[in-house]
Design a protein around this ligand. Structure first.
Ligand SMILES: [Zn+2]
Length: 114
């Protein structure tokens, strides 16, 4: 959390709501909706034109079924991310929250005009 100054209290929701790389911007539910919208696009237009929504790298394979289906949302992710999810699950660790996925963070930045 940032230090609170009297000035911050006058415009409380601007900076506090959006803290990239720190706290989440969207709720997990909102993030899931966003990510699954991409899932629909992947199924209709193929994954080739989209980067991996989880890591943001351009390494999705065509056709769509060659990629990994996320365990967290109805969307395809790259094989590396698929493996990572599987490993985290197997180790009983917390998954990367959907609202920390690269795509969701990128969208949040765009909404803010960054
Ligand atoms: Zn990935």
């Amino acid at each position: 959390m940032k230090e609170e100054t009297p000035e911050d209290e006058d415009k409380p929701r601007k900076e506090a709501e959006l803290k990239i790389g720190d706290e989440s911007i969207y709720t997990e539910e909102e993030a899931k909706t966003l990510v699954e919208c991409l899932g629909i696009l992947q199924n209709t237009r193929g994954v080739g034109s989209f980067p991996c929504p989880r890591c943001g790298y351009n390494r999705m394979k065509d056709p769509v079924a060659k990629n990994a289906l996320s365990r967290r949302a109805d969307v395809y992710i790259c094989s590396e991310c698929g493996q990572e999810e599987a490993i985290l699950d197997a180790a009983g660790k917390d998954p990367l929250p959907l609202n920390r996925w690269d795509m969701v963070i990128a969208l949040a930045k765009e909404m803010k005009g960054w």
